[in-house]
Ligand binder design. Structure first.
Ligand SMILES: Cc1ncc(COP(=O)(O)O)c(C=O)c1O
Length: 400
């Protein structure tokens, strides 16, 4: 009998850890490291949200709550879906968890049986395939190439669907590429799904409010109301409201699915932090005034990073629609040798050499399922971004 679970054998340790550990080691050794790896906004949670949390503590709202969220938060979530997404839900169709991450995990735990397939466009957020594996399902990846602006086509989706497909997992704007599907692009995908009534849609709308220029965010059940009864719309307060540490995510969907998710949560973590739930009520119901200036700031950073990285020989960096990531290709650097003598054989070697030789920490593409690329998070100051991009340019100019 082995001590550790066999399921765990199917899951990889996080491939991003190597880069993060290395960056921390170099920093501790006194090196000047610029981290472009963090997946969180670089500004503080807005004051009105913090004040709501302090008031909740003062009022003693510090006890267990209903397993999947306090009624006022569920009502705020319903109002948010109506306001932002033209989607009508009642509180019984809403679940609140400890971050969007737990909600996604619960949904897979509640629905996957051995043999069930989940279609995941690649590159993907690192946790998706491993969550599916932990829940006993089979991830099926579909490549969203740089040439296709990191978006899958309807034909690719159609080809990936089998009788075993349980979920299509959709994420727009995307982590790690920032790619966002327009209404008509998404409609083409939902048209495919309408032809396959056994396939459910899990949409991760975490980056909804980080959308730039003319790009307008849209979500599957809004674009195709015919999918309403088989869509789980997942969202959260982490990214839009700079609340990553508060751990509040939520989803809305058919009541029987929400009930099943509640059952998983009731036997694992119970309710998400009570104080954070009151803060999330203020995030959703309070002023939304800071969203626009933040978007303007992020859009400026996106434009800066895209234009600078495209000056680096061997790098091609598309301009994405949203989130705070870019996902440049380093195809033109493969096979070359760095100034310090490292042969760039793949994107992991590239990221390691970049870190060791220039002090810029990025996450290599293989971690997200599409190579040869790397992910830059531009949720950091303009000065740090300029300096980091200049170092990337110098590094690439030094490749021979
Ligand atoms: C695409 C995506 N989904 C979900 C999450 C999880 O967010 P939360 O902080 O709500 O757990 C992240 C966080 O990085 C993400 O990038």
């Amino acid at each position: 009998m082995t001590f550790l679970s066999a399921t765990l054998d199917r899951v990889k340790p996080s491939p991003t850890i190597a880069v993060t550990t290395k960056a921390a080691e170099l920093k501790a050794a006194g090196r000047d490291v610029i981290g472009l790896g963090a997946g969180e906004p670089d500004f503080d949670t807005p004051q009105n949200i913090k004040d709501a949390a302090v008031a909740a503590i003062a009022e003693g709202k510090t006890k267990y709550t209903a397993v999947d969220g306090i009624p006022t938060l569920k009502e705020a979530i319903c109002a948010k879906f109506t306001r932002d997404n033209d989607l009508d839900y009642v509180p019984a169709q809403v679940t609140v968890g400890t971050g969007g991450k737990q909600v996604l995990y619960n949904a897979f735990m509640a629905t996957l049986n051995p043999g069930d397939e989940v279609i995941i466009p690649a590159p993907y957020w690192v946790s998706y395939p491993d969550m599916v594996l932990l829940a006993g399902g089979t991830p099926v990846t579909v490549e969203a190439t740089l040439e296709a602006n990191f978006k899958i086509t309807p034909a690719q989706l159609e080809a990936a669907i089998t009788p075993q497909t349980k979920w299509f997992l959709f994420n727009s704007p995307s982590n790690p590429t920032g790619a966002g599907y327009s209404w008509s692009e998404l409609k083409e995908l939902t048209d495919v799904l309408m032809r396959h009534p056994h396939v459910w849609v899990m949409t991760d709308d975490m980056y909804e409010h980080l959308a730039y220029g003319n790009f307008k965010f849209c979500t599957p059940a809004q674009v195709e109301p015919g999918l309403y009864d088989r869509t789980l719309t997942v969202n959260g307060v982490s990214k839009a409201y700079a609340m990553t540490g508060w751990r509040i995510g939520y989803a809305a969907g058919p009541e029987h699915l929400i009930k099943a998710i509640r059952k998983v949560q009731s036997q694992s973590t119970s309710n998400p932090c009570s104080v954070s739930q009151y803060a999330a009520v203020e995030a959703l119901n309070g002023t939304q005034d800071f969203l626009k200036p933040n978007n303007t700031l992020f859009e400026g950073r996106r434009d800066l990073v895209v234009s600078m990285l495209n000056q680096a020989p061997g790098i091609v960096c598309p301009k994405p629609e949203g989130a705070f990531y870019v996902y440049p290709s380093i195809a033109g650097c493969i096979g070359k040798t760095s100034a310090a003598g490292t042969e760039i054989t793949d994107d992991e070697v590239f990221a390691t050499a970049l870190l060791e030789e220039t002090g810029v920490a990025v996450v290599f593409g293989a971690a997200f399922g599409l190579s040869p690329n790397f992910r830059v998070s531009y949720a950091t100051s303009d000065e740090a971004l300029k300096e980091a991009c200049q170092r990337v340019i110098t590094f690439c100019e030094g490749l021979t």
